[in-house]
Ligand binder design. Structure first.
Ligand code: ZN
Length: 311
């Protein structure tokens, strides 16, 4: 170990041991979940007690509010338990701005797609999502489009969902976040956006960390898309740090988003399963990064990618 490595190891060890100090700015969690229902396509959501989910999720949301989080983007799609009423209650109770989304999830081999998604054209699906954006869902207006696709090469049905999202973005200005199986699929999504002439600044490659080849990350960012490393957890700190450092080394930090895909209550599991806290990114990940990157990743980039403002 060189002297420099030794000092770096001391610095990161002490950072990990210290209680996290709140960041000197407010921040956004771009990809988290309060609840995900993997039992099968359900809308409206049901089969669980929302009061129980409220009671379990609230302390985790309070914890990140104390650490400076002011906006929480809930990425649970329609037919997987999206529940704007529950999100609105939690927003009122915690002071957090909580966002929901419109769109459909074709990942996991289409099992969460309703029949109309197979029958309708991209234009028809886009119209449904534009209507949700205009009229709101259960009193809450979706502020981004959330879709999901499988690994590439993408099936036609997945491509149609991506095209629908691009059309919806064109009409509404909403940013599209796409759960994406791998780098090959991400490149196909980027091509569809380019073909539909939608600015790639409106496209977020979700779960980019699943792809281990950094060449894909670099290509997506250079094309203008957002590359989201969003599965930060105590067991995956080193890999996410490597991804962020790689992108910084390529001068592409301005295209990177980070988050945790954490939570969440799982209806059907005893007690809702194991709820992963939202505070890990503040307590264990950000302290290991260069101080000057933290605001870029936790505030500036989220606002550029999704709009809105944070006081
Ligand atoms: Zn997610």
């Amino acid at each position: 170990m060189t002297r420099r490595e030794f000092l770096a190891s001391l610095a990161s060890a002490s950072a990990a041991a210290l209680p996290a100090a709140p960041l000197p700015f407010h921040s956004v969690l771009v990809h988290e979940h309060v609840l995900v229902d993997f039992r099968g396509p359900t809308t409206p959501p049901g089969g669980y007690d929302p009061d129980v989910v409220f009671t379990i999720a609230k302390p985790h949301l309070d914890a990140v509010y104390k650490l400076g989080c002011r906006r929480f983007q809930d990425c649970t799609p329609n037919y997987l338990g999206r529940n704007p009423r529950l999100l609105a209650r939690l927003a009122d109770a915690t002071g957090l701005e909580i966002w929901t989304n419109t769109g459909l999830y074709a990942a996991r081999n289409h099992q969460f797609l309703p029949d109309f998604a197979k029958a309708e054209s991209a234009g028809q699906l886009a119209k449904r999502w534009v209507a949700e954006w205009k009229n709101g869902v259960d009193g809450m207006k979706p502020k981004f489009v959330k879709i999901g696709v499988n690994r590439g090469p993408l099936p036609e049905l997945d491509k149609k969902i991506v095209r629908a999202a691009a059309l919806c973005s064109k009409d509404t200005g909403l940013t599209v976040v796409s759960h994406t199986g791998n780098g090959v699929a991400a490149m196909e999504e980027i091509e569809i956006f380019q073909k539909e002439r939608v600015d790639l600044a409106k496209f977020v490659w979700v779960h980019a960390g699943v792809e281990k080849d950094h060449q894909f990350h670099q290509r997506a960012a250079k094309a203008g898309a957002w590359v989201e490393f969003d599965s930060i957890s105590p067991a995956a700190l080193a890999w996410h740090k490597e991804c962020v450092e790689y992108m910084a080394g390529q001068n592409l930090l301005s295209r990177v988003l980070i988050s945790q895909d954490a939570g969440y209550y799982r209806p059907g599991e005893p007690g809702g399963g194991k709820f992963r806290p939202y505070s890990v990114i503040y307590e264990q990940f950000l302290p290991t990064l260069k101080a000057e990157w933290r605001k870029t990743l936790m505030l500036d980039n989220p606002l550029l990618a999704f709009g809105g403002s944070i006081l």
